[in-house]
Design a protein around this ligand. Structure first.
Ligand code: SF4
Length: 179
């Protein structure tokens, strides 16, 4: 159980890191913008259980899986639903979260999805699960794992509001910007 919680915390950590890193560096990431596609939500199956990959130390639950037929093979494709309208460019954090689900499907279901679907309130984007994107997910997961093992971490921002609302403030000592 403790191991599972560790995995869950790792995925939450990956998400936070991606949100922070992704927004600031969008233009330099080379991440795909995605292609708008028609999506028939009748075909979507809700994914109830988390997908757990011990190999990559990841766990996550896409909102849906949709089965596509490609070259005579049925392939599960993860779908991540966002309630907001489609941004001008999808956030890097959204893309990398979806790509993490693609990697989980690949490892757990032993078939690699060619893409994932990002469903916004007003559009659905198809995001190719390229080798490059796959490598970025692995790098992000490795960075989070390394950070979790480190004894001491320096603060990486100058935002007192984040510290004021942070659950680790008491343990953080002099790094905290709000006491
Ligand atoms: S209190 Fe510490 S851990 Fe929390 S946001 Fe501030 S620097 Fe980061």
């Amino acid at each position: 159980m403790a191991y599972l919680w560790g995995l869950i915390l790792l995925v939450i950590g990956v998400g936070c890191w991606l949100l922070w890193a992704g927004r600031a560096k969008w233009r330099t990431t080379g991440l795909p913008s995605g292609e708008v596609v028609y999506s028939d939500t009748d075909q979507w199956e809700e994914q109830e259980k988390p997908l757990v990959s011990r190999r990559y130390g990841l766990v996550g639950r896409p909102d849906y899986l949709v089965r596509i037929l490609e070259k005579g093979e049925t392939i599960p494709v993860p779908v991540e639903v966002k309630s907001r309208r489609r941004p001008a460019e999808p956030y890097a954090s959204h893309i990398l979260q979806l790509a993490t689900y693609c990697l989980l499907v690949e490892d757990v279901m032993k078939v690699r999805p060619p893409y994932g679907l990002l469903r916004y309130a007003d559009a659905t984007l198809r995001i190719p699960f390229s080798d490059d994107l796959r490598a970025q997910v692995l790098t992000a997961a490795e960075s989070i794992r390394a950070a979790r093992k480190a004894n001491d971490l320096a603060r990486d921002h100058q935002d007192p509001t984040r510290c004021r609302n942070c659950g680790y403030r008491r343990a953080c000592g002099p790094e905290a910007l709000f006491s």
